[in-house]
Ligand binder design. Structure first.
Ligand code: CDP
Length: 784
């Protein structure tokens, strides 16, 4: 028996992940593992062009191929009013193209056949005649005079502009800039990147012709929201739709949207009366599903003569691709870019954002971040480092002098957001101490004198996670609460069902730990079930690091509800008054007589066998938690790099990561989350790029071109922590899953820029590849 099995598994215990037993043995159940009787397979024909009018589609040869049951085109979908579907941002998206294709990889037709290979063979026999149109591949291109109109089917759409959005105080910010002693500007681009989960997207749609019930096995991070969207799109009654999200091999935001493949497979199953499986291949996943970022940003920071930040002005152009499909609250068009003032006490700010259609796959999924907070964090942290360098100040000291101070919390930012709690100087000090910053700075200066290219980068990020609260946050109008349903069985074992959905974050362990803490049932006795809309209570799903802040809180609240009933039962069993009982984790005892007690297991048994007069049987309940605010985790990351002058190669020598996510439920899982995020941050900073040529061909559509980091490339992570509880979360916990992806790219790039700063190089856009670094050095005559 391992030592962890003796542990109670309450909050703060690093128990091993319960789910890993089945994953390590290859016994996970992913969508592609399911085989249903009579199941057919679907393959999608995608556009080779970024922008082209469809003149004709000939499906006759494909339809005659062996094993083919049906060939579906946009025209057929249109007959069922399903050629277009709504997006999560209230735009429309083509399910199968009818008029034009608007990005390379767009869905044009689908083949349903007895086997996957037959479906793919027939797909290649479909003949489409295209009239190729010029492609738009950037916001600048979208704005240009005479730019082709991408969304010509939309009534009233005269250009490629989607939205204009503003936040903050324009007049006050202008006034502050007019008085500034110094203004520092940074123009930077956060490139398109892809969540690239190991498991691609897919589904099996099984519409029972006898009952009309649609059961859809799907790689969805938000099964309940998807069920509601499906009900609205298809007109099927919601109780006749069952979404089952089984084990998911990574999501990172990629598995939030509704993709056309889901709709076509469901329509096909409905029409044919047999289950239809559709599983994307890697290439399809990379070219057509949920891209992230693609933000062109300009930031201006105003400073007074003492180096105090006085105002921030930001403009961004967002490249949204052909359909505006960002998953984000309806009130905030540019998502949570509001957080762009970061960890700094900046009195005023003004932010403007414009979104544009381009001939690219729909972008804007919140790849391991809350609705664009990553881009905001990157901009402010890069800008602050550039300001320090330009002013000749130390990066760490400059940050310290401008931080929001611990006593200022709850802090209302210049864009009107209320940060719940924080201690930024403390996290910074832990990081600097771990790094041995003062000595290291001296060492850097000494080595620079010898001609070496070396630097230190810092990022002191503030995150905003845990969407909602329902009054301000919604997805398509659905308020962003979440839920937990807890049922304690007679033998004291329990079943916890949740509205969120793990994709590898360890929910089966951590949510059981919350029950263990609150109710005293050992975590090993609590089964956690998520992802089946027929059994789980309604919830908005897992993204935006919202599971712990929202569903974790719901779990604590439902456990406390059950504890109140348990108190009544204990009073009955102990023949004592309720107010004479005291709770100690796992039992009620009579005050002053600790040997007169009843365990939670005794009480659970009594809930089914020995009830006080008039009490309802059972020990179960449900809680829907609408958080009063978001949670604001934060941290300081510091990176040390050496750069080879001959090749431009960047070597990350050290990476120190200090995170504060309030109370940690399972410290080991939290560390794992941070390791993952730091690795993805490294990939984004140095390796990953999805780009497009002038015709809109997607470059980066496979893992030979789109480079993911492995343990080989990434540095050793030196971890530290501080704990500043969230004052409004019942456990004091904040989310953490995304902190490291949000905070680390700026730290890596700041280290490179610090190293290059003696040569007057102030920016290199990500990914910071060796050729770009080499070219920058060469432009300054520095290469060997
Ligand atoms: O929504 P998502 O699960 O992606 O993010 P999260 O709420 O940040 O949680 C990620 C994992 O870390 C879950 O297993 C959490 O329960 C765990 N966690 C924790 O143990 N303590 C925290 N303060 C935050 C998260």
């Amino acid at each position: 028996m391992s030592s962890t099995m003796h542990m109670h598994g309450g909050i703060g215990e690093s128990i091993k992940r319960k789910e890993d037993g089945r994953f390590l043995r290859g016994k996970g159940n992913y969508v592609d593992d399911f085989v249903l009787p009579g199941m057919l397979h679907m393959s999608i024909l995608r556009s080779p062009h970024a922008h082209a009018r469809i003149k004709s589609i000939d499906t006759s040869a494909a339809g005659a191929k062996p094993g083919v049951i049906a060939v579906v085109t946009g025209e057929l979908m249109a007959q069922h009013k399903l050629a277009w579907m709504p997006t999560l941002s209230g735009d429309t998206q083509a399910v199968l193209a009818t008029d034009k294709v608007r990005f390379q990889g767009q869905e044009v037709a689908a083949v349903i056949a007895e086997t996957k290979v037959q479906a793919e063979d027939a797909r290649d026999a479909i003949v489409v005649d295209y009239d190729v149109l010029p492609a738009v591949i950037s916001p600048d291109g979208a704005k240009a005079a005479g730019a082709p109109l991408i969304r010509d089917e939309k009534e009233g759409q005269k250009d490629n502009h989607i939205y204009h959005w503003e936040s903050g105080d324009k007049a006050k910010t202008q006034a502050a800039f007019a008085k500034a002693a110094k203004v520092v500007r940074l123009h930077t681009f956060y490139p398109r990147c892809h969540p690239a989960p190991l498991e691609t997207c897919g589904c099996i749609a099984d519409v029972n012709p006898a009952t009309g019930k649609a059961t859809i096995y799907m790689t969805s991070q938000a099964p309940h929201a998807i069920r509601t969207v499906f009900a609205l799109v298809t007109g099927l009654p919601e109780q006749n739709i069952r979404i089952i999200s089984p084990d998911i091999g990574g999501g990172f935001g990629n598995k939030v949207p509704v993709y056309p493949g889901y709709v076509v497979a469901t329509a096909a199953s409905l029409l044919i009366g047999r289950p239809v499986k559709w599983i994307e291949d890697r290439n399809e996943n990379l070219i057509s599903t949920g891209f992230a970022r693609d933000f062109h940003m300009t930031g201006d920071l105003a400073l007074d003569e003492k180096g105090k930040m006085t105002a921030l002005r930001v403009h961004l152009d967002s490249d949204n691709g052909a359909f505006f499909s960002d998953a984000q609250p309806t009130k905030f068009k540019a998502g949570l870019f509001h957080i762009v003032t970061g960890s700094y006490d900046i009195p005023t700010a003004h932010v403007t954002a414009d979104g544009y259609y381009t001939n690219k796959a729909p972008g804007g999924v919140a790849y391991r971040c809350s609705f664009r907070v990553t881009e905001a964090s990157y901009l402010i942290e890069r800008l602050v480092t550039n300001a320090a360098i330009e002013l000749g100040l130390d990066q760490a000291e400059f940050r310290m002098n401008n931080f929001i101070q611990p006593e200022q919390f709850p802090y209302t930012s210049a864009t009107g957001w209320v940060y719940d709690s924080g201690d930024y100087p403390k996290a910074m000090n832990v990081a600097l101490e771990k790094l041995g910053y003062d000595e290291l700075r001296k060492d850097v200066e000494a080595r620079r004198k010898k001609g070496e290219v070396t630097g230190i980068g810092i990022a002191s990020f503030t995150e905003v996670v845990g969407a909602g609260h329902g009054a301000e946050f919604d997805i398509l109008g659905l308020r962003m609460f979440d839920s937990a349903e807890l049922r304690v069985h007679p033998t004291g074992k329990a079943m916890l069902r949740m509205g969120v959905k793990s994709q590898g974050q360890g929910h089966e362990t951590t949510f059981a730990q919350i029950v263990a803490e609150e109710l005293g049932i050992p975590a090993s006795d609590v089964a956690v079930e998520e992802g089946d809309t027929d059994t789980a209570p309604y919830g908005l799903g897992t993204y935006a690091s919202r599971s712990t802040p929202v569903a974790g809180a719901a779990t604590a609240m439902v456990s406390r509800k059950l504890r109140e009933k348990a108190r009544k039962l204990a009073a009955h069993l102990l023949e004592a008054a309720e107010e004479d009982l005291e709770w100690e984790r796992g039992k009620f005892f009579v005050k002053g007589s600790p040997d007169r007690f009843k365990t939670i297991q005794d009480i659970a048994f009594a809930a089914y066998t020995n009830l006080p007069e008039g009490m309802e049987a059972g020990l179960e309940g449900v809680h829907y938690y609408d958080p009063p605010n978001m949670t604001y985790p934060f941290g300081t990351y510091a990176v040390v790099v050496d750069i080879d002058k001959g090749t431009g190669q960047v070597k990350v020598k050290r990476m120190v990561a200090v995170d504060d996510c309030g109370v940690r439920i399972n410290p080991m899982i939290v560390e794992g989350q941070i390791h993952g995020g730091l690795t993805e941050g490294y990939g984004i900073a140095f390796m990953e790029l999805i780009t497009f040529d002038s015709e809109g061909n997607c470059i980066g559509s496979n893992f030979m071109d789109y480079l993911l980091p492995t343990a080989w490339e990434t540095p050793k992570f030196e971890m530290g922590e501080t704990t500043t509880p969230s004052p409004h979360h019942p456990l004091g916990a904040k989310g953490v899953g995304e902190s490291a992806t949000v905070g680390s790219p700026a730290a890596y790039v700041n280290a490179v820029i610090d190293a290059l700063s003696p040569y007057g190089i102030t920016n290199i856009d990500m990914p910071v590849t060796s050729d770009k670094v080499w070219a920058a050095l060469r432009s300054k005559g520095v290469t060997e």
